[in-house]
Design a protein around this ligand. Structure first.
Ligand code: NAG
Length: 280
């Protein structure tokens, strides 16, 4: 088959279902437990991003939910939580706790070629978010920290009209801020995503499903500047309301926070030969 001449969409459809090479696997083995996240481990960074003085075993919980779509026999969902102490790097107007895949140091191969980042996200019944605020749930941030190449958000998004804050919305590069995808943030079910990021032609394609349903393409390959390398983040970055000129330190962030978000089956596939898994 003269595959290199085929349009990507056609080629990807042909090879769906086959086992693709993994760039990283951040599915959490049940025997790692939350205590295993405090030391150096193969799944997530034990250094970033977390409130000063906190350890990951204090902010990650094991929720009582079904496995996400691509979790395998011995891997489990985790709940990332924030509280009033979730102040990272002097950013006093943010509350943050995010998981970064261990091998993704910002200059590794997860941001070259064509890669598909997979993750599943579910609301926490026990620790609901405050939808008056904007939350970043998953994003790729450039290595120089100047932009995000994509961001999954929920809540009241600053700077744009939010028709319904109870929505999952994926925005493209933060310099352009184009909406790539949105769906109601239905409770009690995993929302499954795969984003195919082409770091050569600078495009993004969104795949989505709920629960155990296979992923489906949500449309065409979209022009989106994914250059700048960097790191993938999964968790909560809660922004303030009424932000000042420097949003990281100016804005209203009420006390008494106890909020969480559930993630499952985070991994990245190499899509350089068109390979993407749409179901396990
Ligand atoms: C939600 O956030 C708004 C804006 O910061 C605040 O006024 C309100 O009290 C918060 N609600 C809860 C239940 O914390």
């Amino acid at each position: 088959m003269p595959s290199t001449l085929l349009p990507f969409a056609f080629f990807a459809a042909l090879v769906a279902g086959q086992v693709c090479d993994l760039q990283f696997d951040a599915r959490v083995p049940d025997d790692l437990g939350v205590a295993g996240l405090d030391g150096v481990n193969d799944v997530f960074s034990n250094a970033f991003v977390i409130g000063e003085g906190l350890q990951f075993s204090q902010v990650v919980q094991l929720p009582n939910v079904d496995q996400a779509l691509f979790d395998v026999e011995a891997t489990i969902a985790v709940e990332v939580t924030i509280n009033d102490d979730s102040i990272f790097n002097g950013q006093t107007a943010f509350r943050r706790a995010e998981l970064l895949p261990a091998s993704n140091d910002g200059a590794d191969d997860s941001t070259v070629g064509i890669k598909s980042i997979h993750f599943s996200v579910m609301k926490s019944d026990a620790r609901p978010l405050n939808l008056s605020h904007e939350y970043q749930l998953a994003f790729l941030e450039t290595a120089d920290f100047s932009a995000t190449q994509f961001t999954l958000k929920t809540g009241t998004i600053l700077g744009v009209q939010t028709a319904d804050p109870d929505t999952l919305q994926i925005f493209g590069n933060s310099n352009d801020n184009l909406l790539l995808f949105s769906a109601p943030f239905t409770p009690g079910v995993f929302h499954n995503f795969a984003l195919t990021l082409d770091f050569d032609t600078l495009t993004t394609r969104v795949f989505y499903s709920q629960g155990n349903a296979a992923l489906k393409s949500m449309g065409q390959v979209l022009v989106n500047d994914v250059s700048g390398r960097g790191q993938f983040h999964f968790g909560l970055l809660k922004k303030p309301v009424n932000p000042g000129a420097d949003i990281t330190v100016e804005g209203d962030q009420p006390a008494g926070i106890d909020e969480g978000i559930i993630f499952g089956s985070i991994f990245q596939e190499d899509t350089i030969v068109g390979c993407i898994s749409l179901s396990p």
